[in-house]
Structures are given as C-alpha cells and as structure tokens.
Design a protein. Structure first.
Length: 367
C-alpha cells in the first residue's frame, strides 16, 4: 500500500501525534519539578514557561505567509531537536538542565502549529478529531505515568521514554501536505476569543506554579501527576462531550468558560489535595470549552493559517502570564497574587453576560 494512502496517512497521523504528545507532555510535566528539585527560583521556572509559550504566536505569525517547505521543516526539525535534548537530559540534566529545557521548550511549538495547519490537507476523514484524540489521551495519561515513574525510579527514565517516543514519532510522521488558501477577509471578534487568554493563564499557572508549589509543600510525585492528569482528563473528556450537547451562542461559551476558570483564586486561602483536584477539574472544563468551541468559532471566521495565529497567540500570551508572570509575582509578593489574577476571568464572564443582555434588551420589541 502506498505510503500516502488514506489508511497510511490516518494511521501515521495518530501514531505520530500520540508518540510526540507522550514525549513532550512527559517532559513538560517534569521540567518544573526538576527545576524545583535543583533549587531554581520561581522566576527561573517561569522562564521555562516563557520559552514554551512565546514561540507559538511568533511561529504562527511567520506561518501566515510561509510555504510548504518551511512548514514541513516545522515538523521534522523539532522532532530531531527534541530527541537530541532528551538524550542530553539523560546524561547531563543536573549540570545543563536550564539551557536544555529552554531549547526543548522553544522548539516544540513549530511541530504543533505545522501539524494543525496540515490537518485539512491530509488524506482521510475526521483528521482533526483523530489528532485531538491522539494528543488528548497523553495529556491525561503522561503526567500520571511520569509521576509514578519519577517517584519510583527518578527523572532519567522520563528522558529515556521521551527519547523513544520522539524517535517513533519521526518514523511514523505522514508526509505533510499544505493547501494554499486565500486569506480570509473576515476576522473573529476579539471579545469572543479573549476567554482563550484566561484558559492559557490557568494552563501556565497549573504547570509552572502549582506543580513546583505542591512539591515544595511535600506532595509526592505520583500525587502531583494525578492532579495534572485530572486537568488533562477533563480537558480531553470535554472535547468529546461537547460534540453532543446543544450549541450555544459564542458569547455564552466565552462567559461559561471564563466563569469556570476563576475558582483557582481560592488556592490563595488553602492548598489541600481535594481543593486542588476540584479546581483542576472545574478549570479543565473551562479550558476545554475555550479550546473547542472558541476554536470552532475562529475556524468559521478565518482561513486556517490566520485562525491558528489567533488561537495560538491568545492562548500563548495567557500562558506567559500564568507561568512567568505569576511565578515572579509569587516569588516576590506571595500566594495572594493569584486573587487578582483569577478575578480577571470572573469579571470578564460577568461583563460578557451584562453586555449581551443589554444588547438583547435594546433590540426593537424587547424594550
């Protein structure tokens, strides 16, 4: 059967996405824990978060006018670099952890963006759904598995698993094809896509503030993995469930998503396992709504490359605020700083509701 046949493309897409996600999500879960273990300050932990998120809007902007050759390199080059960085961590993470983590974090962005843009051009049906499932499963399982492995055997086995995963992903990646699209004259309304910013804030906060905070408070690695896995499982489950619920208006999704993200501010008062699990689950649902329904809205109002740029930029800048921004605030001013941070989505959700109902009430026949 030819390499680029329907069955081969679909199978390769699932295998490559699953193994890449397993490798990267295992590393990204582990990086903040290693940094805390090695005694890095929260500011330096936040810098790793910056390196993992800033490339997304930058690469997405460049790709708006990029050709197929550059985007194919965006799949193959990151895999080679991440494989090399995993091997380097295996032998020298104690001495060279920070530069290796920054390089690995920086180069994962082109893989995601190149793959997302290529989905509509691959042979086979429902490739977007297959891609979401392929990375959604490791989003839930990798932290849980890696937490147990770290607790039993140490960090090196995580690097070994990641190296093997990236090698398999390289061998199974389908030949990416990219359709040239005419740039859309439409643009999504910023007020409707802005809840993605708050979704990014919570994701950055969970990985780069909550994880090292839990470790510093004596939580074992397997419980930290379980907390992060709870978030990932709810996000992945939300992708599936939201396909079967009646559609709401986009502003309603934005308001609901924002309101589900504010409970994280209660962690300023007490950090216990039941509270952090509840916050991870509730906020995971909010993130899932943003990443599915708002992404669908963006896709309907812009071409693929422009849509990816809007999506990755809004989420990516939120991730920077939630990781580097809150790490710096926490280091210098303490845990209470998460109260204003997560009051923002609460205020924004209320704002959307009030604005839209005022608009509805002002229409003829409703006064």
């Amino acid at each position: 059967m030819p390499r680029n046949s329907l069955t081969s493309d679909s199978a390769r897409l699932i295998a490559s996405s699953f193994t890449f996600s397993t490798g990267w999500l295992g590393l990204s879960f582990t990086f903040p824990l290693i940094a805390e273990h090695l005694g890095f300050s929260y500011t330096f932990i936040g810098i790793i978060g910056l390196a993992s998120s800033l490339p997304f809007p930058v690469v997405a902007y460049v790709y708006r006018r990029a050709g197929s050759r550059l985007m194919r390199a965006g799949v193959s080059v990151p895999l080679a670099i991440l494989l090399a960085m995993s091997v380097a961590l295996l032998f020298g993470y104690r001495s060279y952890f920070l530069p290796i983590a920054i390089i690995a974090s920086f180069f994962q962005a082109p893989w995601w963006i190149s793959s997302e843009i290529a989905l509509g051009s691959l042979q086979g049906s429902r490739n977007a759904e297959k891609y979401s499932i392929a990375w959604g499963i490791p989003n839930a399982t990798s932290p849980a598995v890696m937490g147990v492995i770290i607790g039993l055997y140490g960090f090196k086995y995580v690097f070994l698993i990641a190296a093997a995963a990236f090698a398999i992903s390289m061998a199974t990646t389908p030949r990416m094809k990219y359709k040239e699209e005419t740039a859309s004259g439409e643009s999504p309304r910023l007020s409707y896509i802005f809840p993605l910013f708050y979704a990014g804030i919570f994701s950055g906060f969970l990985y780069f503030v909550v994880e090292p905070l839990l470790k510093a408070n004596g939580f074992p690695y397997y419980l930290i993995g379980g907390v992060t896995a709870t978030y990932g499982a709810v996000v992945a489950l939300g992708f599936v469930v939201l396909n079967f619920v009646p559609d709401l208006k986009i502003w309603q999704y934005g308001a609901i998503s924002s309101l589900l993200l504010f409970p994280a501010l209660f962690l300023a008062f007490k950090v216990t396992l039941p509270i952090i699990v509840a916050v991870s689950a509730i906020s995971g649902l909010g993130v899932s709504i943003s990443m599915s329904k708002i992404l669908a809205y963006i896709s309907k109002t812009s071409d693929t490359k422009t849509g990816v740029f809007y999506y990755e930029s809004t989420f990516g800048f939120g991730f920077i605020v939630g990781s580097l921004g809150e790490d710096v605030l926490y280091q210098y001013y303490g845990i209470w700083t998460i109260i204003p941070l997560f009051s923002m989505p609460l205020a924004y959700g209320i704002y959307l509701i009030i604005r839209e109902y005022r608009h509805i009430s002002s229409l003829p026949g409703n006064s």
